[in-house]
Design a protein. Structure first.
Length: 213
């Protein structure tokens, strides 16, 4: 009877330490961290982004702490990072500068393809230069005549609230805050219109509605 109980304990221990079970525990831990979508190119990319203050090393440290608190044996850091890379499509840094599809394709193209694109897509460059010339023309008019208003609009990337280095808050879903900036070119004045996701989202209808702006 004693021998059977001992064998059962050994089998249970082996089952708890099996690679598949350990990988599942790692996946569950990584899934505990809330993610946000990329602000730019969100329609083309399925990548989710973790808080910028977080790193894989910090995630692994938190994972080991959880294992110690629950009496489990943690996997090695290389295995934790392997699960992170293979089983998830996560990143830590969101794109900071917007580029149009044409510019992205041009930068990624080979030399021959770039020369071909320069010949066949010269219209894009002409339109860009024309838009700048029109903007400068309107800017000059607005600076000369106070009755003319020329403004630029930009929706800032999502601001997660609160911003903190507390390890406990890494597991909490943060509030998404949005900031629409408006710059009066003629009078060189800037305005910020901020709202959080509890008030409205960041779609065109939400931005244009009186509830947000």
């Amino acid at each position: 009877m004693g021998m059977s109980l001992q064998n059962a304990d050994i089998c249970r221990s082996l089952a708890e330490s099996s690679p598949s079970k350990k990988r599942k525990e790692v996946r569950e831990h990584i899934s505990c961290f809330p993610t946000v979508e990329s602000h730019y190119c969100r329609h083309e990319s399925s990548t989710k982004y973790l808080p910028q203050q977080l790193t894989k090393a910090e995630m692994y440290r938190l994972y080991k702490t959880d294992c110690q608190n629950t009496g489990k044996t943690p996997v090695k850091e290389w295995m934790y990072c392997g699960v992170f890379k293979k089983d998830f499509n996560l990143g830590f840094h969101r794109p900071k500068k917007y580029q149009c599809d044409f510019c992205q394709k041009f930068l990624a193209a080979e030399s021959d393809q770039k020369r071909q694109q320069e010949r066949t897509n010269g219209t894009a460059s002409k339109n860009k230069n024309l838009a700048r010339q029109i903007k400068e023309s309107h800017k000059a008019r607005a600076q000369a005549d106070s009755h003319i208003n020329v403004s630029c609009y930009d929706l800032q990337q999502v601001l997660t609230t609160p911003q903190t280095l507390s390890s406990q808050l890494f597991y909490r879903r943060k509030l998404s805050t949005y900031n629409l900036t408006v710059f009066d070119i003629g009078k060189t004045r800037g305005f910020c219109y901020m709202w959080h996701e509890g008030v409205g989202k960041r779609g065109a209808t939400n931005v244009a509605s009186s509830s947000c702006v």
